[in-house]
Design a protein around this ligand. Structure first.
Ligand SMILES: [Ca+2]
Ligand SMILES: [Ca+2]
Length: 253
């Protein structure tokens, strides 16, 4: 309903001002498509652990415990598929949100984020130490959640590359297992973006003028639901859209 309202508002303005270029505001919440624990092999008292979602990762079941291995002995990593965001989207903001089942005192946590074409694997996750697009150093918090803004240039690159990856070093006080949550509690990205609307949508053949050629194309769409002829965005091409086309008759502004 919210998106419809924004589109309606956008189109209403479009009609009033002879279709100057407008943009529709959109947002998407993305959950990881791959995750796992990466061990550097130095944990002093490993716990057994397996994660069926991370078969490409080197999973050795090595966790910090409250009194065991501290100081970044293990790392958690995730990958998000960014392909659901259109490549022509103009990203206006993006945030990463980490959730924990209970408040966590986390100190000296390091976070590396990277736009990539790669799936997670041991070599790639290891390379993120020196090859990344954003690095949060010595993060500290005491809460059930933590969030931070993602670099917009990196998010744009990730949309082109196809993936965004994150690696998190446990630091001290934050047991690694708290980061590997499931379902809605997984680390998630909210991306805010805009999609530019066509300045002259009724010009269906793109020749700079709305005339009988466009009307012919439009009538071909009649009764169906192609987005090109559905000027008011209600999902069907009908007389309402015909009114828009006739109202825009003539040269495009
Ligand atoms: Ca035309
Ligand atoms: Ca319509």
């Amino acid at each position: 309903m919210h998106v419809f309202f924004e589109r309606f508002l956008s189109w209403s303005l479009c009609f009033s001002f002879w279709c100057v270029g407008m943009a529709n505001a959109e947002q998407l919440v993305l959950y990881p498509v791959q995750s796992g624990i990466v061990s550097d092999g130095s944990c002093c008292s490993p716990y057994a652990y397996s994660n069926s979602a991370d078969d490409l990762l080197l999973v050795t079941g090595c966790f910090n415990s409250t009194y065991g291995c501290h100081f970044r002995k293990d790392y958690a990593a995730w990958r998000w598929d960014m392909s659901s965001i259109p490549e022509d989207a103009k990203v206006t903001g993006a945030a990463m949100y980490l959730n924990h089942p209970s408040p966590v005192m986390a100190s000296w946590v390091d976070i590396w984020v990277d736009a990539t074409r790669s799936s997670l694997n041991s070599n790639y996750v290891s390379s993120m130490f020196s090859n990344h697009d954003q690095h949060l150093h010595d993060v500290s918090y005491w809460a059930a959640s933590y969030s931070f803004f993602l670099d917009i240039d990196m998010v744009n690159a990730a949309i082109v590359e196809g993936n965004l990856a994150m690696k998190l070093g446990n630091g001290e006080g934050a047991d690694g297992v708290v980061y590997i949550n499931t379902g809605d509690d997984q680390p998630r990205i909210t991306v805010f973006y805009e999609i530019a609307t066509k300045p002259c949508p009724a010009d269906l053949n793109g020749d700079g003028i709305v005339d009988s050629a466009d009307l012919g194309i439009f009538l071909w769409f009649w009764g169906s639901s192609p987005s090109d002829g559905d000027f008011n965005g209600d999902g069907v091409v009908d007389s309402s859209d015909l009114g828009v086309l006739l109202g825009a008759w003539g040269e495009c502004p």
